[in-house]
Write a protein that binds this ligand. Structure first.
Ligand code: 2BA
Length: 112
């Protein structure tokens, strides 16, 4: 058995969750935040049999889309008029991936 940890954008979370549950997978949804953008994202935990890993990942990939996001600029040093200050004010465009996936081995799985 494997545990798929899938980090997806909030906009894709509902469709990805529905796709997985319709395909028969059990899913746990966590509200998380990315360390770089400090923006909300969603982490899905999906426990699957080894032979189902590729199928479950295909479902996740089908519903997760990459997008460009603007990152808030660093606080400008007002009044300096320096070149560095105007560079600091420019938003940075970041491409956030469709899904970030980790596949972990599960040593033991029990429901009690
Ligand atoms: P964030 O950490 O908020 O990162 C959002 C996007 O910012 C990333 O998209 C990447 O394009 C960019 N980014 C991240 N760190 C960067 C850096 N040091 N310099 C320049 N750009 C950077 P994704 O790579 O698609 O990641 C989306 C989200 O997946 C991440 O949100 C984070 O929550 C998670 N993630 C990605 N890689 C991870 C890892 N190795 N371990 C744990 N979580 C990860």
């Amino acid at each position: 058995m494997k545990l798929i940890v899938a980090i997806v954008q909030d906009e894709d979370a509902g469709r990805t969750l529905s796709g997985l549950t319709k395909a028969g997978y059990s899913v746990t949804k966590l509200a998380t935040s990315g360390g770089f953008l400090r923006a909300g994202n969603t982490t899905l935990l999906v426990g699957v049999e080894d032979e189902k890993v590729d199928d479950a990942m295909a479902v996740i990939e089908k519903h997760s889309h990459s997008r460009k996001q603007l990152m808030a600029p660093a606080s400008p040093m007002l009044g300096t008029g320096s070149a560095e200050a105007s560079i600091a004010q420019s938003p940075i465009e970041v491409t956030v991936g469709g899904a970030t996936l980790f596949v972990l081995p599960v040593e033991r799985f029990e429901r009690r």
